[in-house]
Design a protein around this ligand. Structure first.
Ligand code: 2P0
Length: 326
């Protein structure tokens, strides 16, 4: 009743921002992502009849109460119910990159937990079932079940069984690099879940944002299949800016960016005008993720390192899906 899994975070090229159902954590629209090799969550789950509550250790710290603990314990309940077991679990999880700072640690975290916990509980789920389960932990985790490029389907069913991700192309289809400029350390003030809820409830742009997504998903899929960098750059930057515009228009407005985030947007666009194939995307935090073809990685890294306020630069490549290692 013990298993260890690895998963990588993923970065959305077409963003997920809003839920159609909170209880089942169902997205209001689809999304498209690239799974990032080079950043990793490693999680071990062991069900143990000898403990009377779940024990959760994240990055060497015991988490024994609060929202983080509740989120993991609730997820373990879903696995226990499905497997028909009652034992509590010991969960030990490590990220080799900053947690809760807009680097998609909840995506890799719940993807690794889904794989490790289901195996430890004796379940044998398909990738689609694993993806739908991971979604209950965190919407973006559904995409990290798969390697390479993935599409999340919003689905239409009330129970969410058709809201899971599917692969578009594997990691070896297109060697895009995602170079991450870390502009601030520390956890963000407004969680993604809270930001989405506030945007849904108060932003006058929310409905228009959601309506815009399905065409972007279709176009992004085609651009990825054809390895059309310029087209993917257009769609990804538009999706990112529309998502943030809808959040900024909420009340009170949600601004995840700092000054360096904005400087980087301008620098990336200027470099592209001057001939360097690069585009940016930004999630629920101040970090800027810059995509480029493999041959432009060094120039891209230099561009980011040379920008005042950039504290760290992380280089990633297309990664594999979540998997069991022991
Ligand atoms: C994404 N983000 O598509 C978007 C873009 C952040 C900005 O998915 O509430 O942590 O756990 O389902 O998955 C981050 O949101 O949110 C996210 P929940 P999650 O990657």
């Amino acid at each position: 009743m013990k298993a260890t899994a690895i998963a990588h975070p993923n970065i959305a090229l077409v963003k997920y921002w809003g839920k159609r159902n909170i209880e089942y954590n169902l997205p209001a629209a689809g999304s498209v992502s690239l799974t990032l090799g080079g950043l990793e969550t490693r999680t071990t789950v062991s069900f143990d009849g000898g403990i009377d509550a779940d024990v959760v250790e994240l990055n060497d710290n015991l988490v024994d109460q609060g929202p983080k603990y509740d989120r993991v314990a609730h997820f373990l309940d879903l696995v226990r119910n499905r497997a028909g077991i009652r034992e509590h679990a010991r969960v030990v999880s490590h990220n080799d990159f900053p947690t809760g700072a807009g680097l998609a640690s909840s995506a890799s975290g719940f993807a690794a937990l889904a794989v490790a916990a289901t195996h430890a509980a004796g379940l044998d789920l398909s990738d689609s079932e694993l993806s739908a389960l991971a979604r209950r932990g965190s919407g973006s985790a559904a995409r990290s079940i798969f390697g390479g490029f993935a599409e999340m389907r919003a689905g239409t069913r009330e129970d969410g069984q058709d809201a899971y991700a599917e692969p578009i192309c594997g990691a070896d289809h297109w060697d895009l690099r995602c170079v991450i400029a870390v502009t601030a350390h520390g956890e963000k003030d407004i969680s993604s879940t809270e930001g989405m809820t506030r945007t849904h409830q108060t932003s006058p742009y929310y409905d228009q944002w959601v309506d815009s997504v399905s065409l972007d998903v279709e176009w992004a899929r085609a651009a990825i299949e054809q390895r059309d960098f310029d087209e993917l750059a257009r769609i990804a930057e538009a999706s990112c800016l529309r998502m943030h515009a809808s959040a900024m228009a909420a009340e009170p407005g949600i601004i995840y960016w700092n000054g360096t985030t904005v400087d980087l947007i301008h620098r990336v666009r200027k470099a592209r005008k001057e001939g360097l194939p690069v585009f940016f995307t930004i999630d629920a935090g101040p970090q800027v993720k810059v995509f480029c073809p493999a041959e432009s990685q060094t120039d891209c890294e230099l561009l980011l390192r040379d920008t005042d306020g950039v504290r760290d630069v992380l280089v990633t490549h297309p990664g594999e899906g979540a998997r069991l290692i022991e």
